[in-house]
Design a protein around this ligand. Structure first.
Ligand SMILES: [Zn+2]
Length: 175
């Protein structure tokens, strides 16, 4: 299990805990399963409500993808802390069609899991990554330019094309 993933997980976890508001600690387990990684529709992660454990398959996956799985499973953990897993059901992926309640829990896990992960990623980039700050700055500058141009009735200049020489010719003819 690589250190980058471990560091990112321990950085993401407290953020997710605050956002999702679970009051019991979750265990995180990393599974190295090369055989599962060979299967294009192989398992990615699951949550066991009886042991509060999130299990993440790591083989052949991008750390960001694994973290998104972690975020999803932590929503299930938050649901478990709220008492939504009555009877100790194991939330493995693929159960969603079986039951309306489970299906709505799955919907929440997808929506909240993606949102929380995305927000954390944005926050982290704007705090730590100079490249991301430049990206934001550039976007702002482009917007500002466009606003100024709209205000003064200018059109955004287009890339010069070879045809421009013809406009010059037309102008010359008018003289
Ligand atoms: Zn799920």
């Amino acid at each position: 299990m690589n250190d980058v993933l471990k560091d990112l997980s321990s950085e993401f976890y407290p953020y997710a805990q605050q956002r999702l508001g679970f009051n019991k600690p979750a265990n995180i387990e990393y599974l190295d399963d090369p055989q599962n990684a060979q299967d294009p529709l192989g398992k990615t992660a699951y949550y066991d409500p009886t042991s509060f454990t999130v299990s993440l398959y790591t083989s052949g996956r991008h750390p960001k993808d694994i973290l998104r799985s972690l975020s999803h499973e932590l929503v299930h953990h938050a649901q478990n802390c709220r008492g939504e897993f009555e009877g100790g059901l194991v939330a493995s992926e693929g159960y969603a069609q079986e039951d309306d309640h489970l299906r709505s829990m799955e919907k929440e896990a997808y929506e909240q899991g993606n949102l929380v992960f995305r927000d954390w990623e944005d926050k982290r980039k704007s705090n730590k990554d100079e490249g991301a700050i430049m990206e934001h700055f550039d976007i702002r500058r482009v917007k500002l330019n466009k606003q100024l141009m709209d205000k003064f009735g200018y059109k955004v200049p287009e890339e010069p094309k070879p045809e421009d020489s013809e406009t010059t010719k037309t102008k010359e003819k008018k003289k």
